[in-house]
Design a protein around this ligand. Structure first.
Ligand code: GTP
Ligand code: MG
Length: 337
């Protein structure tokens, strides 16, 4: 009886340890121990990597290789009462899952042991992805993307521009920046009417160049009609009515986006014209050649325009005259006067 129990407890666990080829020397063999159940039974590794743990009673054991330089995955070994060996992966997360392994054991070094955590290095992405920077960048992205999205839809663009600034009495950031970087002369009235988004996209060199055009001329001379023809067919208005005060319209060519101030020509509104001269890159003076009775009134208004301080002080400003109606005689008449 005594013999049978000692015989039953005299099993041996065998296997091989495989170290990576890169590891130099045989140092690892003497530096390694085989631990069963964390040291309940201990074996040593020979120079060739083989090991034997003697005098192991039947039962279930966790086999680990203890080595200073390398990490090994532990294996579970079950020894039956009759000395039958069975090895399986030691699964901590799923203890019941059986993944059979060969016996004698083969234990392969998984990776070198790291005793120190790698020092964190500074990377540009850490900084760019920090919430602070993202929060700073997001509004800028929105400002750049929205004008691009609305560029094809003048109606929407107009709505955006009307929505953005006129109601709030807020300093125009883009104007401030343009003045600061451009170092140009102060144009207080100019950019304020252009809308925040468009001037910003212009500042960033995106999209088309923005041109402010002021269209003036006597009432009923055809200003609104001309501007209406310059718009795309789908944005044209069907019915043209006398303008009250002024109306803003937009139209575009390949390279330019025009902001046209369609001024009302009726006598009581004419004193409004001059406040838009300063902000204009171009002024169109429309004359109805068929309106012979009021040609002299048109001439006086034109002289007043040319004498205005905002016009005479402007170098490189352009003045267009649009002659509507049928008669060419009147072009000559204008020239004579
Ligand atoms: N026959 C003819 N009629 C025109 C021409 N241009 C405009 N009209 C008509 O003249 C009228 C007045 O045109 P508008 O474009 O409203 O004139 P406006 O200069 O904008 O006038 P205000 O807004 O009052 O300053 C409209 O009924 C147009 O249809 C043209 O070249 N020939
Ligand atoms: Mg009009």
């Amino acid at each position: 009886e005594d013999v049978s129990t000692t015989a039953a407890s005299n099993f041996r666990v065998e296997g091989d340890v495989i170290f990576p080829a890169s590891s130099k020397g045989e140092r690892w063999a003497s530096n390694s121990r085989v631990l069963l159940n964390h040291g309940q039974h201990i074996g040593f590794v020979k120079e060739d990597g083989s090991f034997v743990v003697d005098n192991v009673p039947s039962g279930s054991y966790v086999v680990q290789i203890e080595n200073v330089d390398f990490l090994f995955e532990p294996i579970r070994v079950d020894i039956t009462g009759k000395g039958k060996m069975r090895a399986r992966k030691l699964s901590i997360l799923q203890p019941n899952a059986v993944s059979q392994l060969p016996y004698p054991l083969k234990l392969t070094a998984r990776e070198p042991t790291r005793y120190f955590r790698k020092r964190e290095e500074w990377r540009i992405t850490d900084m760019l992805l920090s919430p602070m920077v993202l929060m700073l960048l997001l509004p800028f992205l929105v400002m750049v993307i929205i004008p691009k999205l609305t560029a094809n839809d003048p109606q929407l663009q107009k709505e955006m521009e009307q929505m953005s600034l006129p109601k709030m009495d807020m300093p125009d950031v883009s104007e401030m920046m343009a003045n600061y970087f451009g170092g140009g002369p102060k144009k207080t009235a100019s950019n304020k009417k252009m809308g925040f988004f468009s001037s910003l996209s212009q500042l960033l060199g995106l999209g088309k160049k923005q041109v402010n055009v002021v269209v003036i001329g006597l009432d009923n001379s055809g200003k609104t009609t001309i501007l209406n023809h310059l718009k795309t067919p789908d944005t044209r208005v069907a019915q043209i009515v006398p303008t009250v005060g002024y109306a803003m319209t937009n139209f575009a060519t390949e390279n330019f986006s025009f902001n046209a101030f369609d001024m009302a020509g009726a006598g009581k509104y004419r004193n409004l014209w001059e406040s838009y001269y300063a902000s204009a890159q171009a002024i169109v003076f429309v004359v109805d050649s068929a309106d012979r009775l009021r040609m002299s009134v048109a001439r006086d208004e034109l002289w007043m325009l040319l004498d205005h301080k905002d016009i005479s002080s402007k170098s490189g400003s352009t003045l267009f005259e649009a002659i509507t109606g049928q008669s060419f005689r009147l072009v000559r008449l204008m020239g004579k006067d």
